[in-house]
Design a protein around this ligand. Structure first.
Ligand code: ADP
Ligand code: TRP
Length: 344
């Protein structure tokens, strides 16, 4: 390809979001954040902190602000490069709520009725608010407003991306337009990381190992991973063991083969495997911990990063909304009210 053509070839746009609903854990890292950070070199990356989404569960102003800052610190400490990625807070682009409404009008209610994540959350005791039910529409708006192509997430989010595809097609068909590309999901190898109890690791199951946990607290979590009651001297099966599943995420192929050999040979207890896992977690995340502590002291910088990212994202969102409003007959983007009134 000639240099000029290469320059003009359309870049893939990646977009993803993480809710500030608690401390991020190894499931979030291996399912989502790790690929987010890697993909910033592969195309245009847009990542945001989904604080509108978190309002379905976090209804305390101070907590929402603190957890938003925590997610920002995590991303920055883990290597998000602000020269490459646009990083922002969902609520800095209020147009997304407008697009969600527009999409809701072309979305069959039956589509939302089938959302398994809504059912799971309600079953876990989260209030079945209209917002929680409507959440996949807001998520589709998040993706479509940046006309994204690829959405890197963990397995539990795949159904939401499928729904987004439906909504993009439905809008394009209804308004005979091509405003929205139809996006695809992207999974990493750690698409479904097990928690301490073997269920999916999740903030709401109290079964997580936090990315930035360390020292005694981390040790306590690792030592409490549930294992079966095979006697010490008997051979053990690495493929059904939670400790081994987590070890695989933080070790090399050789290290995994070695540990699997010890399991199968017998006379090797789960306690030893846990110690090896703990060492690998420290080795993997240790360097990022120092960086996070440094950033924690400079929250002014973090807030300015989010403000800058918000402005860049909003400019892009407003371009899409011009097309959406035109296609749907909603008129032009309104001029800011103060500007309009001032000119009278
Ligand atoms: P949680 O279930 O802990 O509330 P979120 O729903 O906020 O996590 O998920 C944020 C991102 O992390 C999503 O892309 C999600 O798919 C991914 N993710 C969450 N838990 C896991 C897990 N156990 N394994 C792999 N990916 C996960
Ligand atoms: N629903 C996602 C989660 O709970 C977060 C999210 C909101 C998101 N909007 C998104 C993920 C858009 C990808 C794209 O993890």
């Amino acid at each position: 390809m000639a240099a000029q053509e290469k320059k003009e070839a359309k870049k893939v746009r990646f977009l993803s979001g993480v809710q500030p609903s608690g401390k991020l854990h190894l499931g979030n890292y291996f399912g989502a954040l790790r690929q987010h950070i890697a993909l910033q070199d592969e195309g245009e990356a847009f990542y945001f902190i989904a604080n509108y989404h978190a309002m379905t569960t976090v209804q305390d102003r101070g907590l929402l602000e603190q957890q938003t800052l925590d997610v920002a610190l995590d991303y920055l400490a883990l290597g998000l490069d602000l020269k490459k990625a646009v990083f922002f807070r969902q609520s800095d682009v209020p147009e997304v709520a407008e697009l969600a409404w527009v999409l809701s009008a072309v979305t069959a209610k039956g589509l939302l009725d089938r959302a398994t994540s809504y059912k799971d959350k309600v079953q876990r005791g989260i209030a079945p608010s209209v917002g929680l039910y409507y959440y996949p529409v807001l998520m589709a708006a998040d993706i479509l407003i940046y006309r994204s192509h690829v959405v890197p997430v963990g397995e539990d989010q795949v159904q939401h991306i499928e729904m987004t595809r439906d909504m993009a097609q439905s809008f394009n068909r209804t308004y005979k337009s091509e405003v929205f590309p139809v996006p695809k999901h992207r999974l990493d190898v750690g698409a479904k990381v097990p928690g301490l109890d073997g269920q999916k690791m999740s903030k709401s199951y109290d079964n997580t190992i936090e990315i930035f946990q360390e020292g005694k607290a981390l040790r306590k979590r690792v030592m409490s991973i549930v294992t079966d009651s095979t006697p010490l001297e008997d051979p053990k099966d690495p493929d059904t063991c939670n400790v081994f599943a987590l070890f695989q995420l933080v070790s090399s192929k050789e290290e995994q083969d070695e540990l699997a050999g010890m399991y199968r040979a017998g006379n090797f207890g789960y306690g030893n495997a846990k110690k090896m896992l703990l060492e690998k977690i420290d080795e993997t995340f240790g360097p990022y911990r120092e960086e996070r502590k440094r950033l924690e002291k400079d929250t002014g910088f973090v807030m300015s990063v989010l403000a800058e990212g918000g402005a860049r994202a909003r400019a892009e969102a407003q371009e899409t909304m011009k097309l959406v409003r035109e296609a749907a007959g909603l008129g032009q983007m309104p001029v800011p009210a103060a500007e309009l009134l001032g000119s009278r």
